[in-house]
Design a binder for this molecule. Structure first.
Ligand code: NAI
Ligand code: 15L
Length: 262
């Protein structure tokens, strides 16, 4: 690609992408509402509020791909979620439609199915069961992506990320962890595969306790290499091992199922 846009570039995954995906494009256009520091060679910094349609249109112009990580990433007020994740996403897709339909990696979330019990089988076709307004906003994102694909042919990888952190730190993450390395290799495959379509992909590493299968997207050629298994003993000895009635061991969305609505 000539230019890859990374939204949310000042956030946790944005920083990983900024450091480790320089080979994907001649130029990385980095955007956020928060401070992005100073530009390195091969970078363009374009601060932008996703809720501003004109700014988002200018942001997307001349980009060949969009790694969309920007937005509210936890349960917060509905107003914040509405502006960033709902209005912001609509702005992004309209901007993409106006500017040549660059392929989009949409950072969705496991919290679209968070109210399923951990023992319940769930696949990419299971009805959504969001565990909060944040999860509801990610359901909107998935629906929007599919609508723009069906109506306009806009390609999107809808990636239901599990828990993408440096390492798993609690019992639930032994199932849901996505390593930074596997996140990076998934982004690479999404932008390299000749025909993407609009698949729903589980963003999860090769953890033996994982609940979700990516057998339906073998055509991507993505095979996660890391596993949370090696961290089980550390997590147990640190006391992060809940009893069976704790949300971390009951629900796929873990503690988010208990968040108050604000
Ligand atoms: P983060 O909260 O660290 O980063 C999100 C970035 O978006 C922040 O830098 C923030 O300033 C920016 N942002 C928020 N509102 C904005 C607005 N109105 N306009 C422009 N930028 C705005 O989140 P993280 O962990 O890096 O996650 C990235 C994406 O992946 C998010 O969409 C999140 O929902 C999703 N995700 C992350 C998971 C994880 O385990 N890290 C799991 C599931 C989904
Ligand atoms: C998410 O969607 C959040 O962005 C992240 O902060 C974690 O809560 C993650 O899911 C998770 O489920 O562990």
């Amino acid at each position: 690609m000539k230019r890859l846009l990374i939204t949310g570039a000042a956030g946790s995954l944005g920083k990983v992408a900024r450091a480790r995906l320089t080979h994907l494009a001649e130029t990385l256009r980095l955007s956020d509402i928060s401070d992005l520091g100073s530009a390195k060679p091969g970078e363009e910094l374009v601060p932008c509020d996703l809720a501003d349609p004109n700014a988002v249109s200018a942001l997307v112009e001349d980009c060949d791909g969009i790694l969309h990580l920007g937005g509210i990433s936890t349960e917060q007020s509905f107003e914040a979620i509405l502006n960033a994740n709902i209005i912001g996403l609509r702005n992004l897709y309209e901007a993409a439609r106006a500017h040549g339909q660059p392929r989009i990696f949409f950072a969705g979330s496991n919290h679209v199915i968070g109210f399923y019990r951990q023992q319940e089988p769930v696949d990419h076709n299971s009805p959504v069961r969001p565990d909060g307004m944040y999860g509801v906003s990610k359901c909107f994102g998935e629906a929007l992506a599919r609508f723009y694909f069906d109506k306009f042919g806009q390609e999107t990888a809808i990636v239901r990320i599990g828990s993408c952190f440096e390492k798993p730190t609690d019992y639930r993450m032994l199932a849901t962890w996505l390593s930074y390395g596997d996140f990076v290799s998934l982004v690479e495959r999404v932008f390299e595969v000749p025909n993407l379509g609009c698949p729903t992909i589980w963003g999860v590493s090769a953890n033996s306790r994982r609940w979700w299968s990516n057998d339906h997207v073998r055509y991507l050629g993505w095979s996660p290499k890391d596993s949370a298994d090696a961290y089980a003993e550390d997590i147990q000895s640190a006391g992060n091992w809940p009893d069976a009635s704790h949300p971390l061991s009951m629900f796929q969305g873990g503690n988010n199922t208990q968040d108050p609505l604000t």
